[in-house]
Design a protein around this ligand. Structure first.
Ligand code: MRU
Length: 343
């Protein structure tokens, strides 16, 4: 089970819109197919989007049929198309920047060498993600008590990354360490990443879990059934404000009201020091039909007006710690994020 796999001349993408009942793969031979798969959410989750875009960039060079003199113009177009897919997860722009920097280093080389080096750079980005997730799991596991009942939101597992996961990676690490944990999974309307994807991963791993609708979280906390909340992130601003899947902010406020620690897990590639605070993070708004429908079935008439922001912003003050591959960052984030990044 992997979200994506490089196959030498194409990227194999597990179509996450069809899970959990159908395992359908898309073989993307062109950068436009990769861009389409990111936009349609066949592949989603900040680190997976970043890695897919890196392979998409490499495919852009592989697809090119003109003279080497025209390659830079073509690669600019490739970058623009991939960057226009989804606005919130900064990992997309981080990965494209790395690919672009590599490309600029290679400009004196011939097309064959450029292609090889870009594929190798994308492979490196993917490999780094695997490695970082394992470290996030290791550091995060230190925070998980024996018998912990953990609430998580959206999908932050293997499907959302190259492998292992961030918040779900910590849950995996705690389970692998033999802790008798229980995971409460918020279903994550409207796209149902929690219900369709996280439970699918937890079932395969044999990690005990219970699915709840998003509106049940407060009641569970009030009943004393949650010991900690761990979520992922799509972009963390310099002051620690964090964009993550819609519904995350509500969980953070509820956790604060019930004095339950609320943690964010993400690789440092999700930290965007160019953004001072959460109000400047671009939040994607998606098609209203995702809200009007439930698993492809229309639940309200088309004329009902809906609002469908895909992410929300959790203010830093609600976050007990940010778990990265470099270690756990504690408040005050405006000081400690920079300190950790230069480490
Ligand atoms: O819209 P999605 O499914 O791409 O949103 C995913 C999330 O919000 C995740 O929590 C985040 O990307 C971290 S994934 C390790």
């Amino acid at each position: 089970m992997k979200a994506l796999a490089w196959q030498g001349d194409h990227l194999l993408i597990l179509n996450q819109t069809r899970l959990p009942f159908e395992e359908q793969y898309r073989a993307a031979y062109t950068y436009t197919e990769v861009a389409e798969a990111i936009k349609n959410m066949e592949i989603r989750g900040a680190p997976a989007i970043g890695a897919a875009a890196a392979y998409g960039f490499a495919l852009g060079a592989l697809n090119y049929e003109g003279e080497v003199e025209g390659l830079t113009e073509h690669m600019d177009k490739v970058r623009t198309v991939l960057a226009a897919t989804r606005p919130t997860a900064v990992n997309l722009f981080w990965a494209l920047r790395k690919m672009e920097d590599k490309y600029r280093e290679l400009q004196k080389q011939d097309l064959v060498q450029i292609r090889e080096a870009l594929v190798a750079e994308a492979e490196q980005i993917a490999e780094d993600d695997r490695r970082m997730n394992k470290l996030i799991g290791k550091f995060g596991n230190e925070l998980v008590p024996e018998n912990a009942r953990i609430l998580t939101h959206c999908n932050t597992g293997t499907l959302a990354t190259v492998e292992y996961g961030t918040a779900l990676g910590i849950i995996r690490a705690a389970h692998e360490a033999g802790k008798k944990i229980h995971v409460y999974v918020g279903e994550t309307r409207p796209f149902l990443q929690g219900a369709r994807l996280t439970t699918w991963e937890l079932l395969q791993e044999g990690i005990p879990h219970t699915l709840i609708t998003d509106s049940m979280a407060g009641y569970l906390m009030q009943q004393g059934k949650i010991d900690m909340v761990i979520v992922g992130a799509d972009r963390i601003a310099a002051n620690g404000d964090t964009a993550n899947k819609i519904g995350t902010y509500s969980l953070a406020v509820l956790a604060a009201a019930h004095e339950i620690p609320f943690y964010v897990a993400a690789p440092t590639s999700t930290i965007d020091l160019k953004i001072a605070g959460g109000e400047d993070i671009p939040v994607e708004e998606r098609d209203g039909k995702e809200v009007r429908m439930f698993m492809g079935v229309k639940v309200v008439p088309d004329e009902v007006q809906v609002y469908n922001p895909a992410f929300d912003i959790t203010p830093a003050k609600y976050i007990a710690g940010i778990i990265t591959e470099k270690g756990i960052i504690s408040p005050p984030y405006s000081v400690n994020l920079v300190r950790m990044l230069v480490k």
